[in-house]
Design a protein around this ligand. Structure first.
Ligand code: UDP
Length: 237
């Protein structure tokens, strides 16, 4: 499948159209960003690691019956995916408090959330991705009732599958963000699942092995992503 033209350039991925109107190519770049694009850097190998990591995780989710966008890898840093009509919504599940929930609710990082909690955010950098609720989604027409229900159901299913997968690799799945789109009217998981969009801590030491290393200037960002990939037996070469 050949790229035809660039459709959209995001902060870390570029999306290309192909000769097939139902397929896109995602190019995972080495660019990384945080704080709504205020902090940026280029990290060697990140595009390759995230592309392969994402394909591996999406395959695991497919096997568990969760519909995903990914068809297959087409190069080290590119994947062929279904063309979705994306909903401008981020779905976040948290097993342990970290990041924005600590700032918003004044809770300590590391607090176990039982049961896990769920939040919707609007995808809008200018507004700093504000938290929204289901009424906002319906009133502003960002999604319909059945989309909301399906996104919640699938996001929690992802938690069951991935918490177990990461646990076996000695990792805690602290939280993660998912984005969904419509493919022929059905809700399908799009975007990516990589250490850029989740928090993963070592089970024993609680060492951070995700994008917080970049956000917090801890260094060893790609090395941490590679460590996670290695523990999950993701083939990187
Ligand atoms: N997240 C993301 N993109 C965003 C906002 C959040 O991938 O634009 C991920 C983030 O990496 C974390 C989870 O969603 O795994 C929850 O993020 P949080 O709300 O704590 O925001 P942050 O602390 O990243 O500002």
């Amino acid at each position: 499948m050949e790229k035809t033209n660039e459709l959209y350039r995001g902060k870390a991925k570029t999306v290309y159209e192909t000769s097939d109107p139902d397929r896109l190519i995602l190019h995972f770049r080495n660019d990384t960003s945080a704080f709504d694009g205020e902090k940026v850097a280029q990290l060697d190998r990140k595009g390759m690691v995230n592309n392969k990591f994402n394909a591996f995780i999406m395959q695991k989710l497919e096997e568990a019956g969760i519909p995903t966008q990914v068809d297959r890898l087409i190069s080290d840093d590119e994947a062929l995916v279904k063309r979705l009509e994306m909903l401008p919504i981020e779905c976040v599940v948290r097993n342990i408090a970290a990041g924005s929930i600590c700032r918003r609710l004044g809770v300590e990082e590391g607090l176990t959330l039982n049961p896990p909690t769920f939040e919707f955010f609007l995808k809008n950098d200018e507004l700093h991705d504000p938290m929204i609720n289901e009424y906002h989604i319906r009133s502003f027409g960002w999604g319909e009732d059945e989309h909301i229900e399906q996104m919640k159901k699938l996001t929690f299913q992802v938690n069951d599958v991935l918490k177990a997968l990461f646990d076996e690799a000695g990792l805690l799945l602290v939280d993660y963000k998912l984005e969904f789109g419509l493919y022929k009217g059905e809700i399908v998981l799009g975007d990516e699942f990589t250490p850029d969009g989740c928090r993963l801590w070592d089970k024993e030491t609680r060492q951070k092995l995700d994008k917080d290393r970049f956000r917090q200037g801890l260094g060893g960002v790609v090395e941490a992503y590679e460590e996670v990939a290695h523990r999950l037996n993701v083939p990187l070469d």
